[in-house]
Design a protein around this ligand. Sequence first.
Ligand code: ZN
Length: 203
Amino acid sequence: PDEGALAARWDATLGPDALDAPEEELAAAMHAGLGATRRAVKGALLDQGVVAGLGNIYADESLFLARVHPLRPGRSLRPREREALAAAAREVIRRAVEAGGSTLRDYADADGRVGAAQLAHAVYGRGGEPCVACARPLATTLVTQRTTVWCAGCQPRRPAARGGRGVAAGAVTEGVAAQGVAAAGDRPGTGLETGLGAGHERG
Ligand code: ZN
């Protein structure tokens, strides 16, 4: 096969690689891929056309790190939130590579437990357990028929206009923390939002 043509087709359908692409390129991809869409940001992230290499596990981890609620429409994210998401995706994948050795990826079409299982996840697989940052029970729902876990305190549906408090030490890097938005307690929440927005993602 013509490798050039293959590469071109590959590039046309996949976003930049969350591990290898420069951070500016990832941020640009987030702006382009999320800036105008009404889709839930989690669903958009699972579509490898925005950023490649971000499967279900790492999408949840990235959203937590960036303090972005998974069901917010992509276009509702502020530019700094899209940049925080780019930085978070890169960080999450980098850690996974370091922890997982040769099993690098959590591809969207696989559950990716191998390798990823070696990481201590902040949210993935921890629905109902206390948030590592604020101790609120983590919420769970389905987005694009994939289990999605997040913290209603750290990832408010309606973030405050200003924020500054980062996620707790150990859960986030300084760079992402500095861009963190809103504070816990933005709204009381129930910790359980099962079913929200799950319907329109299908198909
Ligand atoms: Zn929290």
